[in-house]
Design a protein around this ligand. Structure first.
Ligand code: HEC
Length: 439
């Protein structure tokens, strides 16, 4: 099916009325548009003029207001020096127009102008399981590997978000290969901004081109990419997942939607969430083929009927920030409460939730999460170092392991068929494997 055909099929779907995304101006608008845009005043100082010149090309200065644009007051309004160093490396690899010396000046300026508390220290917790963590440094520095995925042939893939590429690691040889992705809009300064990815059973890699507004399918044998455009003005897709029938489901954080694509026909449909600006984020499918997803800013978990696409939302409580989620073998839903430093569980039958404080505390920002059988695994993404956490629902106990490289905000993790966990270290350019041996 042609791109226009797909556009037509979704034309009746309500989308937020932003200008056509093919215009450069509207793309900038999409990145700037945030439910919690905060007015930021730049204090005087060496570096102010550089920020005014170089930092407003792709987004507003609201980004300087703190994690998620200051949406969570408990995290404060600034960032530690170390976080500013990470962010500046990331912005430079997106293509910010500053010389090396200028970037150093800006980093200094931001660390003084918008200071934040140091990241909390990861708390070690002993427990019943032996696990080892092995890491691979990516071939290209500044890649910002956002999400990992394991292909049927055992290779491990990642989105190189800041380099507009997909990457592949063969863990048997340690070799990397990168696949460049082209944005439809050549004026985009940062390319496609690939965010999430998932393999299909034929070994194709499906990715979300978040900043370019498309879903893509890469055939690694030929390097060919097939694109499926999102409805105009809806922003880009965020996290993809296949259900048991081979339908691809995906969240749309900016567009406040969840969608699905049937690869065999190219039929694409999206629906808008009942709760405005709820920011659909992580997504999983249960054993019956029903998708569940987090609504990060809406403090909700949503589910969608795969046949009717009717959405039902579960409110988790004021102040919760469910970032990603996982499903255990009994179809219970566990979520990382990023905002409050907790692990949560939703029973979809009763709508009841239960929460446990994460070992490293309220500011630990639990983020990536997955489940292997009845065991829940997640990562505290704001601790030094990031901690891999194991939670056993039978005993309601935690065990933790430090990530040797620090982890640099692990944003997603997946379990391979053999039970090994694969993580992407977004700000330290690593892929990590956690191997578990029960004692
Ligand atoms: C070439 C485009 C571009 C330029 C120029 C740019 N940014 Fe960004 N920036 C982005 C994009 C895209 C994101 C969003 C990434 C995401 O959502 O993960 C972002 C996100 C951010 C964030 C939030 C990061 C986080 O993890 O919370 C901060 C802070 C930020 N930018 C600061 C800056 C500063 C300071 C400058 C100038 C030195 C700058 N940006 C210049 C593209 C750019």
């Amino acid at each position: 099916m042609t791109r226009d055909g797909i556009r037509q099929r979704v034309a009746e779907v309500h989308v937020r009325s932003l200008a056509a995304r093919t215009l450069m101006a509207s793309t900038v608008l999409l990145v700037c548009t945030s439910p919690s845009w905060t007015q930021v005043v730049l204090p005087e100082g060496q570096g102010k003029a550089l920020v005014q010149r170089a930092c407003v090309r792709c987004h507003g200065l609201g980004k300087l207001a703190g994690p998620d644009e200051g949406h969570w007051p408990q995290f404060g309004q600034g960032r530690s020096r170390e976080e500013w160093q990470h962010i500046m490396r990331f912005m430079m690899s997106y293509g910010t127009a500053l010389s090396g010396d200028e970037a150093t000046t800006v980093t200094e300026y931001l660390a003084v102008a918008f200071p934040g508390a140091p990241q909390p220290t990861g708390v070690p917790v002993a427990g019943p399981v032996d696990a080892s963590i092995r890491e691979w440094k990516l071939a290209t520095a500044g890649s910002r590997p956002h999400d990992p995925a394991v292909a049927p042939d055992g290779t491990v893939w990642y989105t190189a978000q800041a380099k507009s590429r997909l990457g592949r690691l063969d863990p048997r040889t340690g070799q990397f290969r990168e696949f460049p992705l082209q944005a439809d809009n050549p004026a985009l300064p940062y390319g496609v901004g690939p965010h999430g990815l998932v393999p299909d059973s034929d070994g194709n890699i499906w990715y979300t081109g978040q900043l370019d507004g498309h879903l893509g399918k890469l055939d690694p044998r030929t390097g060919t990419v097939t694109k499926y455009q999102m409805p105009a003005g809806a922003g880009g897709p965020h996290t993809p997942i296949f259900d048991q029938k081979g339908t691809l489901w995906f969240t749309m954080q900016q567009g406040n939607m969840v969608g699905r694509l049937i690869p065999a026909t190219g039929d694409l449909k999206v629906v808008t969430m009942p709760t405005p600006k709820s920011e659909p984020y992580g997504i999983v499918v249960n054993s019956k083929g029903v998708p569940y997803f987090t609504q990060l800013m809406g403090s909700r978990i949503g589910t969608i009927d795969p046949a009717t696409m009717q959405v039902r939302e579960y409110f988790l409580g004021a102040g919760t920030g469910p970032r990603r989620l996982a499903i255990t073998a009994d179809d219970r839903i566990y979520y990382t409460d990023y905002a409050r430093g907790r692990l949560g569980r939703l029973d979809p039958g009763t709508g009841q939730t239960k929460e446990w404080p994460s070992p490293s505390g309220a500011r630990s920002q639990p983020y990536a999460i997955t489940a292997v059988g009845s065991i829940v695994w997640y990562v505290e993404g704001n601790t030094t170092p990031n901690m891999v956490v194991r939670f056993d629902p039978a005993t309601e106990t935690f065990q933790t392991w430090p990530i040797p490289s620090g982890g640099g905000v692990v944003r997603h993790m997946v379990a391979a068929p053999d039970g090994a966990l694969w993580l992407a270290g977004s700000e330290v350019d690593t892929i990590a494997k956690v191997e578990v041996r029960s004692r």
